[in-house]
Design a protein around this ligand. Structure first.
Ligand code: ZN
Length: 570
């Protein structure tokens, strides 16, 4: 039992508080301190994740306000080290910290891969050291200074220094506090501004993890968060293909080799490595520092990473769906044209692995297996009847396209028919060369001023229609599609000054569109004699609740103008 317990200071390690206890206990033999604190000699003085905390609480003075949970979250490195592990595993570690004996094996519990070497010495910030003496009368070990991968004090934005105190020394049955004796600056450290900037990012992000309980999440959560940004930034496609090479290159450009080396997370050009593993479908948990590196690189704040489910916005989602559909469609065509997987991969600029997966996903018949199915084992594909039929068909198609588009060059035609083109190029190259139309680009003879003048009234008409009835968002795309000129309207807008000026003055942002939908929905509900509730509004207007919340001020304005009370619970 202990009859007093020092108050833990802000950001102080429990280890350090225990060291201050030992200093004051008056026990001559260290081992008696362990008996006082834990009721046993079988204990280890652990810095990062101490154990036997339930025993510690039991041995506290009666009516103590401390709990094991309090120490775990406020005075150990647990919130940092365990930030990215699932609930189940976190529960296990907490249980070990409360009732386990000896040291927690970081590797066994999957907090740290064996490629990370933990700090050897306790670290300190000379400014904090001074301030702590002024404020509390004594120095102490800060937990935010002890994280492997953090090199600066987030408060003073200054380099951290190694003390002379080993974190894992001898039999680890002593608690040793910070002191003038072991916190000495022998040689000043200075980092380049560039390194300093990155070190500060990490120190600040780590501090956020230490000081918040975000709640534990499954690996899928983080993978999905990263994926949204990877797609958004062009490092991944919806079909799970990831541009590893580009990702690695940009990542290294962003952080620099030197810094990545310092945080024990180098990114090399060869295949594999921790970064590739992290963005692949992979549930292995890696060191917290690496999650923070990737999040920062992708522009996700720590808080958003945990608290905001990132997603594709509606428009992206549609675009991505449309893109995926188009891609699938082309793959089917290409597969049916008898090209090899390699050829298809080249045309679609994807890896053969991606193509194989997509073929499985789409259940496409393996049309290209002419030589593999046994049927043509002793015959070349080009000698088969199937080949002759296909060649006739493809030649006919090629010529027909040129009839259909008399003023398009073959280069243009093949853009929308790359499967056809690739097949002919591969199996019928000579014929193709003889039937290839080359057109020199001619001077553009369209009278754009005239076209502009003719277009404007039509555009006005269409927009007027769009403003009546159930609201449709007014954008360049929707206007063009109403006019049946999706192909060129926005591409030629620079040449259509009158039309452009008018359209630009009426196109709507997503918020403006939502507000218009709300106004319409209010009238609609009035007409139907329904009550104006938040739910009815959202449903009638067809706006997701999260977007409703974003424009709640405007919604309230609309309703107030109409004389409605607006006391929705947002
Ligand atoms: Zn400091």
């Amino acid at each position: 039992m202990v009859n007093f317990f020092p108050t833990p200071y802000p950001d102080e390690l429990l280890y350090s508080t225990l060291a201050r206890y030992c200093m004051r206990s008056g026990n001559i033999r260290e081992i008696h301190n362990f008996e006082d604190l834990f009721g046993t000699r079988n204990c280890i003085a652990a810095m990062e994740l101490p154990t036997q905390l339930d025993a510690l609480i039991r041995n506290m003075p009666v009516n103590t306000k401390y709990t094991a949970e309090y120490f775990i979250y406020k005075h150990t490195l647990f919130p940092f080290l365990a930030a990215f592990i699932p609930q189940k595993r976190a529960d296990k570690i907490i249980e070990t910290m409360r009732n386990g004996e000896g040291a927690v094996s970081y590797i066994r519990i999957g907090l740290i891969s064996n490629s990370i070497t933990l700090n050897k010495y306790f670290r300190f910030c000379p400014e904090c050291f001074k301030e702590d003496i002024e404020t509390f009368g004594e120095p102490y070990w800060h937990r935010s200074h002890q994280i492997t991968g953090v090199f600066v004090c987030p408060k003073h934005k200054m380099p951290l220094y190694n003390s002379t105190e080993l974190i894992r020394a001898g039999n680890r049955q002593r608690y040793i506090g910070a002191s003038h004796g072991n916190c000495i600056v022998e040689k000043e450290i200075s980092y380049s501004n560039d390194l300093m900037k990155k070190m500060l990012w990490m120190a600040e992000d780590a501090e956020i993890l230490l000081n918040n309980q975000f709640g534990f999440k499954e690996p899928e959560w983080f993978r999905s968060q990263f994926r949204v940004k990877l797609v958004e930034k062009g490092y991944a496609r919806m079909n799970n293909y990831i541009h590893q090479k580009k990702l690695k290159q940009d990542f290294v450009d962003f952080y620099g080799h030197e810094y990545l080396q310092l945080v024990q997370s180098p990114v090399l050009n060869n295949s594999g490595g921790w970064l590739s593993d992290m963005v692949r479908k992979n549930n292995r948990i890696t060191y917290t520092v690496r999650y923070l590196l990737l999040a920062r690189f992708l522009g996700i704040s720590v808080t958003d990473l945990f608290n905001t489910k990132l997603g594709f916005n509606d428009e992206d989602e549609n675009n991505i769906d449309a893109y995926q559909e188009l891609w699938d469609q082309r793959l089917i065509e290409l597969a049916q044209s008898g090209l090899s997987i390699r050829d298809i991969a080249d045309i679609l600029k994807a890896s053969t692995k991606t193509i194989r997966k997509a073929i499985d996903r789409l259940g496409i018949e393996p049309f290209w297996k002419y030589n593999g199915g046994g049927k043509y084992l002793h015959q070349k594909y080009t000698d088969t009847e199937e080949f002759n039929i296909k060649r006739e068909e493809f030649r006919r198609k090629w010529l027909q396209l040129h009839v259909q588009y008399p003023d398009k060059s073959s280069n243009k035609i093949r853009r929308n028919n790359d499967g056809l083109y690739a097949w002919l190029k591969k199996y019928d190259g000579k014929w193709l060369e003889g039937n290839y139309r080359r057109i020199k680009t001619s001077v553009n003879t369209v009278d754009w001023a005239k076209r502009d003048a003719e277009l404007l009234p039509k555009v006005k008409e269409v927009i007027k229609e769009m403003k009546e009835g159930k609201p449709e968002r007014i954008t360049w795309t929707t206007i063009a599609s109403k006019l049946g000129i999706s192909g060129w309207l926005s591409k030629k807008k620079e040449k259509l000054s009158l039309t452009r000026e008018y359209i630009d003055s009426v196109v709507e942002s997503i918020e403006e569109f939502h507000i218009r939908k709300i106004k319409w929905a209010v009238e609609e509900l009035e007409m139907q004699g329904k009550e104006i509730t938040l739910w009815n509004l959202a449903e009638t207007a067809g706006i997701k609740p999260k977007y409703m919340k974003e424009i709640y001020k405007e919604i309230e304005q609309v309703l107030n103008k109409k004389g409605y009370d607006c006391n929705f619970k947002w």
